[in-house]
Design a protein around this ligand. Structure first.
Ligand code: HXC
Ligand code: NAP
Length: 288
């Protein structure tokens, strides 16, 4: 058994329909693939229908499952409502919503135009809250339970320079997660979040470590476990939080980052650079 293997038992998602925003690429694709392997029917959405169609074809042949690719800009409420309608017509009721779509790039904040700032807020905070609102209204109207899983980041609670619009938006998504976990529990709707550390994807890496930055900053070195994440590890966690196995988990944000954010937070964690010889020296000094 290793961390790169699937964790849930076969058929855990049989009969379940799950919408994954941003499901055509990166982590959304990987999580969709695992849900399909577990028996779910998956609806993948994003702005680029050609990418979605290609991914759907690949995922169907890799897993033998059923994928519905639907174009939807999460900033447009009517497109979201259309996705829910088309899903119900094709697959039947929706059981889970995975809010994974995001936009991000690095920049000193004072260099950003107000449009650049807004575009990230709109995709991440407005997009997630709009999809959640549309889905929640539908579930409440149908008297049907549902599960929401939001992908945030660890800087949702610490904040971070150079990705300030994303930090503001992810903090808002975390507040949305915790608020609705309480308010909508009475309807049988659970809300949880995952905060991933570095997981290599083309989308994130090209925008967050452009040009020489990728060589300059080896993200694995920042992580106490000295490695980046494997997509299957995240997929295992996402599947658990979307499944009935996590029926009593509500309003939680689960960090999966190898200890990365705590390393930056702990006052004396920089002492990792002290060698055993130096510790010997300090010990000898203490003894005198
Ligand atoms: C400064 C930028 C910029 C950049 C765009 N803009 N890129 N400003 N630095 N690198 C500005 C533009 O000049 C423009 O402002 C405004 O932003 C809108 O740009 P467009 O290119 O017209 O927008 P659009 O085509 O809609 O693209 C949206 C996008 C793009 C967010 C800019 O990057 C995108 O499509 N991203 C989707 C995928 C993504 O970002 N994935 C990474 C998620 S990773 P003006 O004023 O000129 O009009 C993530 C991980 C976090 O979240 C944690 C990691 C550890
Ligand atoms: P990615 O491949 O770029 O995924 C982002 C997805 O969002 C794309 O499929 C994109 O598709 C979609 N998207 C962007 N704008 C959209 C819009 N307006 N409407 C609908 N869909 C839109 O990057 P990723 O690394 O897999 O990121 C996935 C999630 O993980 C994000 O929430 C990100 O913040 C989070 N995350 C990633 C990391 C990491 O290390 N990779 C770490 C922490 C958190 P289109 O371009 O076709 O619209």
């Amino acid at each position: 058994m290793t961390h790169t293997e699937g964790m849930l038992r076969e058929g855990s998602f049989k009969g379940k329909n799950i919408i994954v925003t941003g499901g055509g690429t990166g982590l959304g694709r990987s999580m969709s693939k695992y849900l399909l392997e577990l028996g779910a029917q998956v609806i993948i959405t994003s702005r680029k229908l050609d990418v979605l169609k290609e991914t759907a074809k690949e995922l169907e042949s890799e897993t033998g499952g059923k994928v519905l690719p639907l174009s939807c800009d999460v900033r447009e409420y009517d497109q979201i409502e259309q996705v829910i309608k088309e899903t119900e017509n094709t697959f039947g009721p929706v059981h889970g919503l995975l809010n994974n779509a995001a936009g991000n790039f690095i920049s000193p904040t004072e260099r950003l135009s107000h449009r650049a700032f807004n575009i990230v807020l709109d995709i991440v905070l407005k997009g997630t809250s709009q999809f959640t609102l549309a889905m929640g209204k539908r579930w409440i109207e149908q008297k049907q339970p549902g599960t929401i899983l939001n992908i945030v980041t660890t800087y949702a609670w610490t904040g971070s320079g150079y990705v300030v619009p994303s930090a503001c938006a992810k903090a808002g998504v975390l507040a949305l997660t915790r608020s609705l976990a309480v308010e909508w529990a009475k309807y049988g709707i659970r809300s949880n979040a995952i905060a991933p550390g570095p997981f290599p994807t083309e989308g994130a890496w090209s925008r967050l470590l452009p040009g020489e930055l990728a060589e300059k900053f080896d993200l694995a070195k920042r992580v106490p476990l000295k490695r980046v994440g494997e997509h299957q590890e995240l997929a295992n966690l996402a599947a658990y939080l979307l499944s009935d196995f996590s029926a009593y988990v509500n309003g939680e944000v689960v960090t999966i980052d190898g200890g990365e954010w705590l390393k930056g937070a702990g006052e004396f964690n920089m002492l990792e650079m002290v060698t055993p010889e130096m510790w010997d020296m300090f010990e000898n000094m203490r003894g005198k």
